[in-house]
Design a protein around this ligand. Structure first.
Ligand SMILES: [Mn+2]
Length: 355
């Protein structure tokens, strides 16, 4: 019959197409990682955090990532540049003069929004290295413009969800999340957010882990909007495995994931060199567990590592903090504590005939 032939030929064509697509997805080129350094320190008042991207590079970031997964192809885009224009200075003077460095914050994040989209066109994943956490806005907003169906896991001692009206310090590194949520955008009505970053993060696709220093208005906002946050008391009560389970349950399984990791989420014993250290944080092992679980979803498409400040603490403190940061990145980009799972590149000939 003519129609059975037709169906058979359609099936053949579809199966050829599928095989071609599968080949494309399994090529090593898919494991590309774009890295951008953002030496931005104006979201808070301590100098030094701008030195972190280059210090991580000097601390063999590339080798550490390569050793965690040799198939990884790394493209380093250097450090982000930006220029402040008159429009932003005017916005600052007229509406946001009580926030320190608003114009610089916005100029840097505008550049980052573009940079992240560019990196995602050329790579499967990206890593943004801060800088202070003010750059979390541009990194996630850029990610959202490229991939609207996105979930965000914000691992931090702080909620970073202050508004300009609620901030005690005027430090904008405590506000980036408020720029990302639809419900809070109205409070930034003079920032033209709908023009520069129209895609918002749905509030049910945000999960915080590690909080232990939440400002009163932040607690009010988190509860008013029913945002999921697993503060350290939750971690103590139910343990990290349960926190991971609840986090993954909350995120839409069809979404890509952005992980924004503030080094101060880790306890100050393992991450002392950071601007707003708070004791009683995640152990390095807990941090690694969380990152491993997220990585194993195979949905993480972007990550930030922020707030490492090499000018704070002793030389030993700085070393400890950088090493902890590298351990977190290593686990995110492929390293398995239980040993590698891919034996294709091993020369099993040296094992002898017995194996
Ligand atoms: Mn933070």
């Amino acid at each position: 019959m003519w129609w059975t032939r037709q169906i058979a030929s359609n099936c053949q064509r579809l199966s050829a197409q599928l095989q071609w697509q599968l080949r494309c997805f399994s090529t090593p080129a898919e494991q590309t990682l774009g890295i951008i350094g953002v030496p931005f320190a104006k979201g808070q008042s301590k100098q030094g955090v701008e030195l972190a991207p280059d210090l991580l590079r000097e601390s063999k970031l590339r080798d550490v990532l390569k050793n965690s997964d040799e198939r990884l192809v790394i493209r380093d885009y250097g450090n982000l540049q930006y220029a402040v224009d008159e429009t932003l200075l005017q916005q600052q003077r007229q509406h946001y003069h009580h926030i320190r460095n608003y114009a610089d914050f916005m100029a840097c994040n505008l550049a980052l929004i573009e940079q992240v989209q560019q990196m995602l066109k050329q790579n499967a994943q990206f890593l943004t290295i801060g800088g202070d956490h003010a750059i979390g806005f541009g990194s996630v907003a850029g990610h959202l413009q490229h991939t609207p169906n996105l979930s965000l896991v914000w691992i931090d001692a702080h909620a970073d969800i202050n508004l300009h009206s609620t901030s005690q310090s005027g430090n904008i590194h405590g506000m980036p999340v408020s720029f990302l949520l639809q419900q809070l955008r109205a409070t930034w009505q003079h920032a033209a957010l709908d023009k520069i970053a129209p895609n918002c993060l749905p509030k049910d696709q945000l999960v915080y882990i590690g909080l232990r220093d939440i400002d009163p208005y932040e607690a009010f906002i988190l509860n008013k909007f029913g945002i999921r946050y697993y503060a350290m008391d939750s971690v103590d009560r139910v343990g990290v495995p349960k926190i991971i389970e609840m986090t993954l349950d909350a995120l839409n399984p069809l979404n890509k994931i952005h992980v924004s990791f503030d080094i101060d989420a880790l306890d100050s014993h393992v991450a002392p060199s950071t601007g707003t250290a708070v004791r009683g944080g995640l152990t390095l092992r807990e941090g690694i567990s969380i990152v491993e679980a997220l990585r194993d979803t195979k949905r993480v498409q972007g990550m930030d590592l922020v707030e490492i400040n090499p000018k704070l603490g002793s030389e030993h403190d700085v070393r400890t903090t950088v090493d902890s940061g590298l351990e977190i990145l290593k686990s995110m980009f492929g390293y398995r504590r239980s040993g590698a799972r891919d034996w294709n590149n091993l020369d099993t000939g040296i094992l002898g005939r017995e194996l």
